[in-house]
Design a protein around this ligand. Structure first.
Ligand code: PMP
Length: 405
């Protein structure tokens, strides 16, 4: 289905040998590696096309501006948004959520209102809401999860009260890989005219996302988890919300007219893009999306699902393993612990065997509290990973467990 040998050649870092063999990179949930076409795009742009955007009449600036706005159009199509006005470039998921929490919260959240989040959230989809809740005197409510790491939706109708001003949750859990039924949750919230923000930091790289089909009010993601550069991300917002929200930051490019008495703001999307945008990384992100679409998101989803099922079976061979997050609907992530062993010790020894996994709370401490643990070992796969790597991982893990127990 996928030509993995050819794909792996596009990612030179996968040839890195620190100890004995090429690195087995299973930390894709934290960040993905970059295909050479993305780094070439960045280098070429800096070396031959760079000029600040939206500023000057000279040809370099025009080219830069065109390339930046073309990147916006690519992202519009990638998410199936209805207009470029709905695509705001940010520095990443974290900034996108902070923007919405701060600006939507300023305009729409007041004393006694409720913000509904899920128990599976990353800290970046908890803390910004706590800021605004504290500032406005609002209350955070939580959709609970079960032992399999699935959201419990039986009581959703009651959680969606007439005080709820926004629902915010991820489409895929970074810690467990659970795919949440966001379309169903959005439909339930919309019955009560409550908007929903979807954190797509862990979904856009694994599945096709259509914001109109989901009917999401806001959708956010980071470039670096989608094979693109760091420091660039996206906020999709329905035009009606973005129009109603006040600017988040002030500065150049976000204004229409400035005087000492009064300033008027630029139209969307620039109203939310104060200062010199990270235009080159936006252009790099376009190149990453083109690459991913060349491979095909459907092919990626099928290939990664096959890897996931294979790894779930193989890892059962490891003594004393405890799996966390066993929903049937999962993206390519496996979280586990080893009875009586600290995750960091496992991660440290695996590193010596050329295997990169993530250990710890994965920025989801409330989720760890649910299980009564401090952290897990997480293997998160990408479409450049292979079954041979999973075999090596399983055998290495068995050795490590033998040493530590
Ligand atoms: N949400 C989820 C589900 C994530 O996995 C992450 C990154 N681990 C974030 C938000 C934050 O993304 P970033 O650090 O790129 O802003």
């Amino acid at each position: 289905m996928l030509d993995i040998d050819k794909i792996r050649k596009d990612f030179p870092i996968l040839e890195t040998v620190k100890y004995k063999r090429p690195i087995v990179y299973f930390d894709n949930g934290a960040t993905t590696q970059k295909p050479k076409v993305v780094t070439d795009t960045l280098t070429n742009f800096y070396l031959s096309k760079n000029a600040n955007i939206h500023r000057a009449v000279h040809f370099l600036s025009q080219e830069s501006t065109n390339a930046y706005e073309t990147a916006r159009t690519t992202i519009k199509s990638f998410l199936n948004a209805s207009s470029e006005k709905e695509i705001i470039f940010t520095s990443g998921t974290t900034e996108s959520i902070n923007l919405v929490a701060s600006s939507f919260g300023e305009r729409f959240i007041f004393k006694g209102d409720e913000i509904l989040i899920s128990e599976l959230e990353h800290h970046s989809n908890i803390v910004p809401w706590q800021f605004i809740a504290e500032k406005k005197g609002a209350i955070i409510k939580v959709i609970p999860m079960n032992n399999k790491g699935e959201l419990i939706l039986d009581n959703l109708d009651n959680l969606l009260s007439d005080k709820t001003k926004i629902v915010t949750l991820n489409q895929v859990s970074n810690s467990l890989g659970t795919i949440n039924p966001v379309k169903k949750i959005i439909a339930a919230a919309h019955k009560k005219e409550i908007p929903v923000l979807i954190d797509g930091a862990q979904s856009v790289q694994h599945m096709k996302v259509d914001v109109q089909d989901l009917d999401a009010d806001f959708f956010v993601f980071s470039g670096h988890k989608l094979y693109g550069p760091t420091g660039i991300g996206v906020l999709y917002g329905k035009e009606k919300w973005l129009e109603a929200m006040p600017p988040y930051k002030g500065g150049g490019d976000m204004i229409k007219k400035v005087s000492f008495e009064k300033t008027t703001y630029a139209d969307l999307p620039l109203k939310f893009e104060a200062g010199t945008a990270n235009y080159i990384d936006a252009i790099g992100l376009k190149s990453a999306i083109d690459y991913v679409q060349g491979v095909g998101l459907q092919n990626i989803a099928e290939y990664e699902n096959d890897l996931l099922k294979y790894a779930e079976q193989k890892l059962k061979e490891v003594p004393n393993i405890i799996f966390y997050g066993t929903s049937v609907n999962k993206a390519a992530t496996i979280s586990f612990g080893i009875k009586g062993v600290h995750p960091t010790d496992v991660g440290t020894l695996l590193d010596k065997l050329d295997i990169a996994v993530r250990t710890g709370s994965h920025c989801t401490q409330p989720l760890m509290d649910f299980y009564g643990i401090s952290g897990t070992i997480r293997a998160s796969f990408a479409f450049y990973n292979m079954k041979e790597e999973i075999d090596y991982f399983t055998e290495s893990l068995k050795k490590v467990v033998m040493m530590l127990t």
